[in-house]
Design a protein around this ligand. Sequence first.
Ligand code: FE
Length: 209
Amino acid sequence: MTNNAEQAAEPTSSPRNAEQMIALLRDVFERRGADSYLGEDVTMSQHMLQSAALAAAAGLDDAVVAGALLHDIGHYINDFPESLGATQDRRHQLSGAAILDGWFPQRTVACVRGHVGAKRYLCAIEDGYLHALSDASIESLALQGGPMSPSECDEFAQSEHLEAMLSVRRFDDAGKDPKLQVPTFSAYMPMLEHLVRTQLESPTAATRT
Ligand code: FE
């Protein structure tokens, strides 16, 4: 265990502050991170950590790096308390957004909520995008509704955080390298705590009781 982890708050079933929320996320990474990533050659934690590292290396802002790091957290909806809106098994992008909503900036939440839509959008508008996807990602595309229709594309293109969502999607697609070594979850904890603290202090923060 690292010093960081030793000093961090213990996970709780009902987070009440930034430290506890980050502890909950860290706990999910630690307990579930070794799960395989949906037919890819990397684990879930390798995948999400690689996505975050690629976002950071590309110079994206912290809210987007956090979106990349947490984009698939909705797969673990049952590891989160009902207080985070995780009461039913929904599509993972919506579950993930529900878990983070009110705790993280809307830009982060939008990246999580939009990462599947971004795939469907890019499949529709970008030549070669679909065929460059992994087999598992092409397989899940059908279940996710396939490439967007022209009217769906028009609507998606109006999204406030479109570029951020598309960026996270590209890091999601690239974060599947079994040989790539990247920083651990602990490396992101100060940044995550800062984002959550700032969000909780903002007038638009959701009420958490
Ligand atoms: Fe992913």
